[in-house]
Design a protein around this ligand. Structure first.
Ligand code: G3P
Length: 219
């Protein structure tokens, strides 16, 4: 399973990228609003940091306008993937964009049927929202598992991005059910690194090493 970072924060993207663990970035209007910067300038900068897919969301609500907006976004950099929510005009725009070779990440996926339609329209990626389903008492990872299994049965190439990840357990669970990608917020990526026994182990190795230096320097 690949890991993307789910943020528009440049410092977070640079730090995660420097660890060599992320292969793409997803943003959305809420994440961009948090940064308060010019949207296109942010996307351009992110695309210069990470060479893999960078999702930038279109906000138009009519098919032709979505297509126009997507074409502008796709021109920012070759690794831009246009994020489009699933609704009728979004599907129509996705099918037009797919024919033009522009990659779409169909977002706000909350059902298997939405994922089937997104794939039919030619979306390169679908983003089922795990955390938001969990929030309303529905198992978000079950949805990811169902989409992965349906796509596998029918040889569908659309990649499944496990999104709206809220904790490290969501990442493990997404990997277990075969998600192609998990897009993970920075705080969750950081939490994935840590284990108290690792911290204790490092401290013990360092203190034993110091003891060894003292002993060998006396000999
Ligand atoms: O990738 C989608 C994600 O950003 C949504 O996350 O936590 O707002 O549900 P959240």
């Amino acid at each position: 399973m690949e890991l993307f970072i789910d943020t528009a924060n440049i410092e977070e993207i640079k730090e995660a990228n420097s660890l060599g663990i992320i292969s793409g970035v997803t943003t959305n209007p809420s994440l961009c609003q948090k940064e308060g910067r010019d949207f296109k300038a942010s996307i351009k900068e992110i695309c210069g940091i990470v060479s893999g897919p960078v999702s930038a969301e279109a906000v138009s609500m009519k098919c032709d306008e979505i297509v126009k907006e997507a074409e502008v976004l796709a021109k920012i950099a070759p690794n831009v993937v246009v994020k489009i929510p699933i609704f009728e005009d979004g599907l129509a725009a996705t099918s037009k964009l797919a024919k033009k070779g522009i990659k779409v990440n169909m977002t706000l996926i909350f059902s298997t049927n939405q994922a089937i339609l997104a794939a039919k329209a030619g979306a390169a990626f679908v983003s089922p929202f795990v955390g938001r389903l969990d929030d309303i008492g529905q198992d978000g990872v079950d949805l990811v598992a169902d989409i992965v299994s349906i796509y596998k049965d029918y040889g569908i190439n659309t990649k499944v991005i496990s999104a709206s990840i809220r904790n490290p357990m969501h990442v493990t669970a997404s990997a277990r059910v075969g998600a192609d990608i998990a897009t993970v917020p920075f705080n969750v990526l950081k939490a994935m690194v840590k284990h108290p026994l690792t911290d204790i182990g490092i401290e013990k190795f360092l203190s034993d090493w110091q003891v060894l230096q003292t002993v060998t320097s006396k000999n």
